[in-house]
Design a protein around this ligand. Structure first.
Ligand code: AOF
Ligand code: ZN
Length: 352
């Protein structure tokens, strides 16, 4: 232990976790992964290489870390410890298996936060390394590792996307005006932050009322980032196709439960039958959507809560009073963080 209260392994792993976060927003559906390579032991242990998974389809963290080791230090790899936030892969995917690379370079020890939940890898990466005589330790900063890739773990373990419920409410607890009429509740900074979040998730979901009354674009125009897939719940197909959601600028999925075959033929818009929220979520899982940001309205947010289909809630509270309107959902979960965003207060809650 040193002054930070962390063991040496934990200290290097914390660095690997930091590196992993540099891939945020660019690697989905892959996990964020960071890697630190060290040489020496005890107080002499020094970093000789670092890397992270930068972009989907690109090299994995371990490859970038091995390549970052200076040519004159490459021979040190046979005495090196590799700290990698996730179990090294064992499969031929877009790139060759990372476990094979570490075996080829004869590294001495591999330390990880978590086992890879992807069935293509799960346990087989570690098995390969051990069979080659490499020391393997897993479970170092395991909780931080799971939190970092909560979307990836939820997707493989629960076979549904990670679900974030988001809304803004007034000081007196309203989410919209009377009859669901949109009112400006949170400020410009909160608005921009939401656009950043949109770029970090695979999909954004709204109900038919919100689609009709707010006519949202559900893109990330206030932040640099990819535009997520739009998801609209329109059970009885009541929405008119002149709404921004149907402009074809982003892939758009419309879930409905109507029997009709007479569906609009719009570019980039797909109609899918689903009888329940569970069916919607399992269809999104089939489409490899790892996370969904639910932006309302109240009926939809409450339905997700009632179904137990949520992982995180993010609530902006403004100082404004509305007097009447649509009541905001009741928050649940454990407070994870609280901060000021402009004049608004943002609180996030995690499912216990
Ligand atoms: C690692 N290191 O940095 C990452 C891993 O499609 P591919 O070939 O990129 O493979 C994606 C899978 O590989 C992903 O689902 C996860 O199981 C693992 N990700 N593994 O050894 C990395 N990003
Ligand atoms: Zn890999």
């Amino acid at each position: 232990m040193n002054v930070s209260g962390l063991s040496v392994d934990e200290r290097f792993m914390r660095r690997a976790l930091e590196l992993a976060t540099l891939g945020r927003g660019h690697v989905s559906p892959n996990p964020m992964v960071g890697c630190v390579i060290t040489h020496g032991s005890g107080s002499q242990e020094r970093i000789i290489g670092e890397g992270w998974h930068k972009r989907y389809g690109d090299w994995h963290a371990e490859v970038n870390a091995v390549n970052s080791v200076l040519p004159e230090h490459q021979q040190l790899l046979s005495e090196a410890t590799v700290y990698v936030t996730l179990e090294p892969c064992s499969h031929w995917g877009k790139t060759p298996p990372c476990a094979d690379l570490l075996i080829e370079r004869h590294v001495k020890r591999v330390v990880c936060c978590n086992d890879d939940p992807n069935p293509l890898v799960s346990g087989q990466g570690f098995a390969k390394l051990r069979a080659a005589g490499i020391q393997v330790e897993t479970g170092v900063l395991a909780e931080q590792g799971r939190l970092l890739n909560a979307r990836f773990f939820t997707f493989f373990e629960q076979k549904r996307p990670y679900i974030l419920l988001k809304w803004a409410e007034t000081a007196d607890g309203f989410i919209a005006g009377a009859g669901g009429q949109p009112v400006k509740i949170s400020g410009d900074l909160a608005h921009r932050l939401v656009h950043r979040w949109r770029g970090e998730e695979d999909a954004i979901l709204v109900g038919a009322n919100t689609a009709r009354l707010d006519n949202p674009r559900l893109n990330t125009r206030l932040w640099e980032g990819k535009d997520p897939t739009r998801v609209v719940l329109d059970r009885n197909l009541t929405l008119t196709t002149d709404l921004h959601l149907f402009d074809g600028s982003q892939p758009t999925l419309v879930y409905h439960a109507s029997q009709t075959d007479a569906l609009p033929d719009l570019p980039n818009v797909q109609y899918v039958v689903a009888e329940s929220l569970y069916q919607v979520m399992s269809d999104l899982y089939q489409r490899k959507v790892q996370s969904v940001l639910v932006e309302g309205g109240a009926v939809v947010l409450n339905a997700f809560m009632e179904a137990g289909l949520w992982d995180e809630m993010r609530v902006f509270r403004s100082r404004t009073m509305l007097g009447n309107g649509v009541k905001a959902p009741t928050v649940r979960g454990i407070i994870h963080s609280r901060e000021k965003v402009g004049d608004d207060e943002l609180t996030s809650y995690m499912k216990p």
